[in-house]
Write a protein that binds this ligand. Structure first.
Ligand SMILES: C[S@@+](CC[C@H](N)C(=O)[O-])C[C@H]1O[C@@H](n2cnc3c(N)ncnc32)[C@H](O)[C@@H]1O
Length: 321
């Protein structure tokens, strides 16, 4: 079994960014403007933005220092136009303030984790490797995957599997985990994936994915508090946009997509003032216009080139004046 830090030193990019053309188009990139990439990863989207317009600057946030190092090496040639910050976008506003950034022309969030994390991080994101159960992307939160699997109550595990991955067999999986951990605990991704797979009747295994995919996703979301962080970061992002600035968010599962969609709706003007009033007094003037009535998705040729784009959904809003 690999330790947590083995395999993290690879500095070549392995992640193919999704919906790149759609992001470039929807960010509505303007000359001499500043953009924030809240999920720098290996820098694929940041690089595309920097190449698209040679007068723009990008600040990239990344909570995982190992993958940030990959992006830094890759984007070193854009010195003066690119800067990376080791941080969770949970603190977006205070980071912007620390860097003297009052407003930006566009913000990108490409949520979740990168191919790098599955292949090279050694942190236990992949059930096809034998690694210790960690899944922490940074030191922001203490609880790791081993703690969840070995110490959370059965009912809490059921909740996590249901709420964070809509797993139909949440009860059976939680029951199997609790039984299996009584012996000597559960320590590796292989052990966990075997336990989960055997809890789901074979005839219900999904056709093209490993039966433990959903469970691993749910545990990762709980470890990194991904939904709470997203809920807190979206309003911060909108408040940093200049009038006309765009926020582009790419999600990879329906729970995240719903959070983004619902939040965007709450920021749309719902003014109920009589039309004869010279200005809004009802306090519901709204902050954004929705640019994507339906989420933008990858076309067949992108899905062929990059299968992980299959579940990507891009939603975009523009800050109102
Ligand atoms: C899907 S990958 C982004 C890939 C990137 N767009 C590229 O082209 O290489 C998501 C990245 O965001 C990072 N990340 C996820 N949540 C984060 C958060 N709350 N704050 C900062 N970085 C985060 C992950 O560590 C991961 O590297």
């Amino acid at each position: 079994m690999k330790t947590k830090t083995e395999g993290v030193k690879k500095l070549t990019a392995v992640h193919k960014p999704v919906l790149v053309d759609e992001v470039l188009k929807n960010l509505n990139i303007k000359d001499n403007s500043l953009y924030m990439d809240c999920t720098l990863g290996e820098g694929g989207h940041s690089k595309a933005i920097l190449d698209y317009n040679s007068s723009v600057r990008v600040v990239g946030l990344e909570q995982d220092r190992d993958i940030e190092a990959v992006a830094k090496a890759r984007l070193a040639e854009y010195d003066g136009r690119f800067e990376s910050v080791s941080a969770n976008f949970l603190h977006l506003k205070s980071i912007a303030a620390r860097y003297g950034i009052k407003e930006v022309s566009g913000i990108l969030m490409d949520l979740g984790i990168s191919m790098y994390h599955y292949m090279n991080s050694g942190k236990g994101f992949s059930f096809s490797k034998d690694e210790s159960l960690d899944m922490r992307l940074s030191n922001e939160f203490d609880t790791d995957a081993a703690e969840i699997v070995n110490h959370y109550s059965e009912s809490r595990l059921v909740e996590i599997f249901k709420n964070y991955s809509e797993e139909k067999f949440a009860r059976r999986i939680a029951g199997s985990i609790v039984r299996a951990r009584k012996e000597q605990g559960i320590h590796s991704t292989k052990e966990l994936s075997r336990i989960v797979a055997s809890a789901i009747p074979r005839k219900f295994w999904p056709p093209n994915t490993h039966p433990a995919t959903r469970t691993f996703q749910a545990i990762r979301i709980e470890v990194n508090k991904e939904l709470e962080v997203l809920e807190s970061a979206l309003p911060q992002a909108v408040s940093l946009l200049k009038p006309g600035g765009r926020l582009c968010v790419i999600t990879f599962h329906s729970i995240e997509d719903r959070i983004v969609k619902d939040y965007f709706k709450t920021e749309v003007p719902q003014c109920i003032c009589p039309p004869q009033l010279p200005m809004c007094t009802c306090g519901r003037p709204g902050k954004v216009k929705i640019i994507t009535k339906k989420p933008v998705t990858a076309d067949e040729s992108e899905i062929k080139r990059n299968p992980s784009s299959r579940s990507a959904k891009l939603r975009v809003v523009e800050r109102l004046k």
